[in-house]
Structure formats: structure tokens, C-alpha cells
Design a protein around this ligand. Structure first.
Ligand SMILES: Nc1ncnc2c1ncn2[C@@H]1O[C@H](COP(=O)(O)OP(=O)(O)O)[C@@H](O)[C@H]1O
Ligand SMILES: O=C(O)C1=C[C@@H](OP(=O)(O)O)[C@@H](O)[C@H](O)C1
Ligand SMILES: [Mg+2]
Length: 172
């Protein structure tokens, strides 16, 4: 069964867009971070604090594989780091997988993350100056993995509905 996989940097809108796309298409949406939180009964912040990032990355890989192998059609919203660890980027081109990179500029990411950083352990403790520099470097490093997606949708200056419309064009 087909899996629509949304990927991209923290704050690009994976969870928001996947949710709206799910309502429009009636294909169920699962958010990788949410499943991990439910399975562990811990928040993403608590997992990073108590078990460390390596533990999180292992769990993230296992849950991603499990979802890809599940028998139903699904929209899967990845975490920002998912494609960048455990060779997960190779799964973006698998059979029955349609992967879409939601591409956002550093400015868009900064604007969305600055008001929304507390639940994201990688940036939670950074000030605005540090955040800007971190996003710029980190996005550069990660782009290699994000570019393994089959499709790319630029999200800058688009409403949620406009981005969803671009994705529907790809699905058509
Ligand atoms: N046009 C837009 N598209 C998607 N998200 C937007 C948009 N404008 C503002 N936002 C906000 O940006 C944030 C994106 O966060 P989220 O969907 O959690 O991204 P991700 O899952 O990629 O980290 C949300 O707070 C969302 O409300
Ligand atoms: O970029 C990352 O490494 C992460 C992104 C987060 O997901 P979002 O991209 O949905 O914020 C979450 O998986 C965790 O905090 C690590
Ligand atoms: Mg998310």
C-alpha cells in the first residue's frame, strides 16, 4: 500500500501540512514523533534528556520501517532528522513510497521556529543569534539527505492550503 512521506527541516511544516493533506484526501496521517511519544510514554524532549539522541535515532528508524511495512495507505510526517540517520534516506525511494521534501529557506524556518522552539531539543536552549547560525549550518549539512526525496515543494510564502494544493498536483 502507498505511503506518502513528508520530510524536511524542523519547522518546514511537515506535521501541519500532513494533517491538512490527510483531511483533504481522507488518507490517515501518522506523525513519527507522535508515535514515538506514544510508544515510550515520554515527550521527545524527555527522550533526548533521559535516553540521549542515539537512542532516539534508533527508535525513529525502527518506527519508520514499521510504518513503511504496515498494510494500509498512510501519510507519514517524519521528524526533521529522520532522513539523515540509519540510512533512512535510502527508504525514501522504496517501492510504494512517494516522498516529498518540503523545502523552506533559512528565513522561513527561523520565523516559524523562533516562536515554537521549546518542544525541539536541538534548538530549545539557543538564543536568536545562535539559532540563526545553527539553522544555516545544519540545513546545509542535511540538504544532501533531503534531496533524496522523489519530489520537492518549496513552501516559502505559501499558505498551508497552497502547499497542500502543490502536493495534490504531485499526487494527481
Ligand atoms: N504556511 C504555513 N505552512 C506550514 N506551517 C506554517 C505555515 N505558516 C505558519 N506555520 C507554522 O509553522 C509551524 C510549523 O511547524 P510543524 O508543522 O510542527 O513543522 P515540522 O513538523 O516540519 O517541524 C507551525 O507552528 C505552523 O502553524
Ligand atoms: O531535526 C531533528 O533532528 C528533529 C526534529 C523534530 O521533528 P520536527 O522536524 O517535526 O520538529 C524531532 O524529531 C526531534 O526534535 C529531532
Ligand atoms: Mg513535526
Amino acid at each position: 500500500m502507498r505511503k506518502i512521506v513528508l520530510l524536511g527541516y524542523m519547522g518546514c511544516g511537515k506535521s501541519t501540512i500532513a494533517n491538512r493533506l490527510s483531511k483533504t484526501t481522507n488518507i490517515p496521517f501518522v506523525d513519527l514523533d507522535k508515535i514515538i511519544e506514544e510508544k515510550t510514554n515520554l515527550t521527545i524532549n524527555q527522550i533526548f534528556e533521559q535516553q540521549g539522541e542515539i537512542y532516539f535515532r534508533k527508535l525513529e528508524h525502527d518506527v519508520f520501517v514499521e510504518l513503511l511495512n504496515s498494510p494500509e495507505n498512510l501519510i507519514i510526517g517524519l521528524g526533521g532528522g529522520t532522513p539523515c540517520y540509519a540510512n533512512n534516506h535510502e527508504l525514501l525511494k522504496g517501492d510504494n513510497v512517494l516522498s516529498i521534501y518540503l523545502k523552506a529557506s533559512i528565513e522561513t524556518l527561523f520565523d516559524r521556529l523562533v516562536v515554537n522552539k521549546d518542544k525541539r531539543p536541538l534548538i530549545a536552549n539557543k538564543n536568536e543569534e545562535e539559532m540563526k547560525e545553527f539553522i544555516a549550518k545544519h540545513l546545509f549539512d542535511r540538504s544532501f539527505y533531503y534531496n533524496h526525496a522523489q519530489h520537492k515543494v518549496v513552501v516559502d510564502k505559501k499558505t498551508v492550503d497552497e502547499t497542500v494544493a502543490d502536493i495534490l498536483d504531485i499526487l494527481a
